[in-house]
Design a protein around this ligand. Structure first.
Ligand SMILES: [Fe+2]
Length: 319
């Protein structure tokens, strides 16, 4: 069975009281083994047992995701409001839900139902970012699957919204557009073959050329659905532009690059560096910032914006 058939669920996001009756599996040396069937509810004892064996994730069949999403998203307000869950656990729940939503967005970005779910998650993320200083901690907890692109998309969204919230005084509607645009910023990657994306060796010139097409292809496809605002589409289109004009696809310079895309490009690189990839291990928060500072000086980013970003994530990390 293909790996994409299985979806990981963080056990922190399972509330025994409300979790739907679906079979859960454990991953054991590459195989998926039934942990409990649909008849038996998941209990607090299950949670404790799994925690004792340091199990962080259970797996469900992708066909059961509809029910899980319904459960997670309809209980989100309740789950995030609970006093007995710490903010790391709440972060995991929010990330889990958001990753599930981004997966569905990538499958059918024109679906109004998915866009509505996205909007609702972005609203939760905004609230969570405003109250929880643990937002960065939650980032790594759901990483490490074959879900890089989705986890990365959610990270870029959370970071991008944090930056907009703290540094710019923008209207609620624009904030929502920034959120949606960030969630689907790499949508164009669906047009790139897995062979290129999973490659462990450096890309050839032709392969790199193909990867670079993801901005324009994603932009054109999403624009043609007629469902996305200019702010959201700008992020998809221009998140690989460089401040000095050496980026792609258009080679825009300085403030010709829409601000939301300037922010997205910084968050994009930070997230990419601090997550494990097929070709290298994750880099620490400090090392990522160090590398990026050099890049900023060399012309990759708006230096002033980068400095403020650095201050912000350092403050969040040092809480
Ligand atoms: Fe990208």
């Amino acid at each position: 069975m293909k790996d994409s058939y299985w979806r990981p669920i963080s056990i922190d996001s399972i509330d025994p009281e409300y979790f739907p009756l679906i079979p859960l599996f454990l991953k054991s040396s590459g195989n998926y083994v039934l942990y409990k069937d649909a008849e038996r509810p998941f209990t607090s004892e299950d949670r404790r047992r799994l925690e004792r064996s340091f199990t962080e994730f259970v797996y469900v069949r992708s066909g059961d995701m509809l029910e899980i999403n319904r459960y997670l998203e309809s209980n989100l307000t309740k789950l995030l409001g609970r006093d007995d869950l710490n903010s790391t656990a709440k972060g995991k729940i929010l990330y889990q839900s958001s990753v599930n939503c981004v997966i569905d967005m990538f499958e059918s970005p024109e679906s109004s139902a998915h866009i509505e779910r996205c909007n609702s998650l972005i609203r939760h993320m905004m609230k969570f970012a405003a109250t929880g200083s643990h937002i960065l901690d939650a980032f790594h907890s759901i990483a490490g699957h074959n879900f890089y692109i989705f986890v990365h998309s959610v990270q870029v969204t959370a970071l991008g919204m944090l930056v907009h919230e703290k540094l710019f005084n923008i209207e609620h509607d624009e904030m929502m557009d920034v959120g949606v645009g960030s969630m689907i910023h790499d949508y164009g990657m669906i047009f790139i073959t897995d062979k290129i994306l999973d490659k462990a060796d450096p890309l050839s010139d032709i392969e790199y050329y193909k990867v670079k097409q993801h901005t324009r292809k994603g932009y054109e496809y999403l624009r043609d659905t007629g469902k996305f605002s200019e702010v959201a589409l700008n992020i998809v289109h221009y998140h690989h532009e460089r401040f000095d004009g050496a980026g792609y696809p258009s080679g825009l310079k300085k403030d010709d690059i829409p601000r939301s895309a300037q922010v997205a490009s910084i968050c994009d690189v930070y997230s990419a560096l601090t997550l494990d990839r097929s070709y290298r291990k994750a880099v620490s928060h400090q090392d990522a910032l160090k590398t990026m500072k050099q890049e900023a000086k060399a012309g990759a980013f708006n230096v002033e914006l980068f400095n403020r970003f650095e201050e912000l994530v350092t403050m969040m990390k040092g809480h």
